[in-house]
Design a protein around this ligand. Structure first.
Ligand code: CMC
Length: 470
């Protein structure tokens, strides 16, 4: 690692060291490597808690120990020694890329980061008045245009319904057909065949890995463009010389980031890239399982991620810290939150009943960046965050296994990098799109439509009452 990254890498290594002392890796290997004997009996709770949706080789979350593994590699090692591009490739393909594969993958991402047509379409909407996640979801829908076989089939012109080019006028009693349907005979009908064939080969439904690359690159371009448009600026073209994390920062701010900022963003992207059967991953997989397509799947992932119980929590955390406003008010605020049975954003997790390993890395990074920035407000918020963590963990850590999660410190970190809070969740999506696409691809290899049951507890034989008698 170049010297400029050393500070950041050391922070990750220290966090990893601390975590390793508490995590019993041998114990984790013993229960992961134990062969699964089907059928498996498990208890299923509300919210499908405990239900098994599929088998996977992509990632493993140890809730008891607070450990996270992508394709066999520990998250701490990946943060310390790899880049987001390597991790995205690993998630999609199962192995870390060698130099040649990595270079090919990076070139593909560089190519797919250009979305001129999608951006032109997106800018036709009032993005400045929209929620950034809604805009991002719409953007992925616009990226989809003509990228799937189904779109191409629908785009085929029905020649029986077109206005013939040798008619120089259309009788007024005839129904005038829209321009879209006009076919000009001087145009070579074979002209768009290669593109069509390529689209079919590369992007057909959820099968083409290139559509995954397209989305991984495109979600970052869209996020950066939305950030700029919402603040009254025009989108900036990607810089082909920059990597994924640096390009995201560059396209958002218009300035090439420092090597340190790039490395911090890279680590944040690595940490958020995949996380088991979380709600947004499952949403993406459910949509894919109907043989819809990868663009719709990722749009569903974005929609699910937006909620404050999921990725939307990072933005909510900052609101909470601002609401508390003063480190001296933490105890009073917490007492009242507990009395009102209020959920404290950035704490708790369905799986982790120990410290979230991602928060172990993000907490010291936020601390480093906030203190380096010298920003008094950020320092104050950090103090509040640290006080709140102490308070929550003392009360709910041992009794309910509630600790800070990935969203608790990420917002503080992003805001100390000058990123506006409405972009925190879209940045989560920029990263998670790797996990979403990898898991959809994996599931599609042995796809079966998702269709759980609900236990019917309603009435069963009511007599029908005519409208007039109700
Ligand atoms: N603050 C206070 N109490 C909590 C919290 C919290 N943040 N989280 C869970 N609890 C309590 C909850 O009240 C319940 O208590 P009781 O058994 O007395 O009713 C118990 O812990 C179990 O909670 P739950 O809501 O049933 O747990 P869940 O597995 O359904 O939900 C969760 C998990 C993440 C939605 C929840 O912990 C939560 O709402 N946290 C706050 C939102 C948040 O930070 N979300 C980000 C999650 S991590 C990243 C991501 O997925 O995007």
């Amino acid at each position: 690692m170049p010297k400029t990254f050393e500070n950041i890498t050391n922070i990750v290594l220290e966090a990893a060291d601390k975590a390793r002392k508490e995590i019993d890796a041998d114990k984790i290997s013993s229960y992961v490597s134990a062969p699964v004997e089907w059928p498996v009996e498990c208890t299923v709770g509300p919210g499908l808690e405990g239900a098994i949706a599929c088998e996977t080789k992509i990632g493993y979350v140890s809730g008891k120990q607070g450990n996270l593994v992508y394709r066999g590699y520990n998250i701490f090692d990946l943060c310390a020694h790899s880049t987001y591009e390597e991790v995205a490739y690993l998630l999609l393909h199962g192995n870390l890329p060698n130099a040649e594969r990595l270079s090919e993958f990076k070139s593909k991402l560089a190519e797919f980061r250009y979305l001129p047509k999608t951006l032109r379409l997106l800018m036709g909407f009032p993005l400045e008045d929209m929620n950034a996640m809604a805009a991002l979801r719409m953007g992925t829908n616009l990226m989809r245009q003509h990228q799937t076989e189904r779109d191409l089939m629908q785009a085929k012109v029905d020649r029986t319904k077109v206005i013939s080019s040798d008619d120089d006028s259309v009788d007024t009693h005839e129904k005038v057909r829209g321009e879209q349907r006009a076919v000009y005979e001087f145009r070579d009908p074979k002209a768009n065949r290669p593109a069509r064939r390529k689209a079919k080969r590369d992007l057909q439904q959820a099968k083409g890995v290139e559509s995954c690359y397209h989305l991984i690159a495109g979600v970052s371009t869209l996020t950066a463009a939305i950030a700029r448009i919402q603040r009254g600026s025009l989108p900036i073209e990607p810089d082909p010389e920059l990597g994924h994390a640096a390009n995201l920062l560059y396209m958002m701010t218009g300035k090439r980031p420092t090597r340190e900022a790039e490395r911090v963003m890279d680590i944040a992207l690595i940490l958020h890239a995949d996380h088991g059967m979380n709600a947004s991953t499952f949403a993406a997989m459910v949509v894919a399982s109907t043989l819809s397509d990868i663009y719709f799947s990722i749009g569903s992932g974005i929609a699910a991620l937006n909620g404050p119980l999921h990725g939307g929590a990072n933005e909510e955390v900052l609101k909470t810290l601002r609401e508390i406003a003063d480190p001296k008010r933490v105890d009073g605020w917490y007492a009242s939150a507990r009395k009102n049975r209020r959920k404290i954003m950035g704490f708790g997790h369905r799986v982790y009943k120990a410290y979230d390993p991602r928060a172990r890395v993000l907490a010291p990074l936020a601390d480093y960046l906030v203190n380096k920035s010298g920003d008094a407000e950020a320092k104050n918020l950090l103090k509040i965050a640290s006080g709140l963590e102490t308070r929550v963990v003392a009360d709910l850590g041992a009794s309910k296994g509630i600790f800070p999660n990935v969203d608790f410190y990420s917002g503080l970190m992003y805001s100390s990098m000058g990123i506006p809070s409405e972009m925190f969740t879209p940045i989560f999506a920029v990263s998670r799109v790797a996990g979403w696409t990898a898991r959809v691809l994996e599931y599609m290899k042995s796809n079966r439509i998702f269709r759980p049951r609900a236990t019917y507890v309603g009435e069963i034989s009511r007599g029908f009452t005519p409208l007039a008698d109700r």
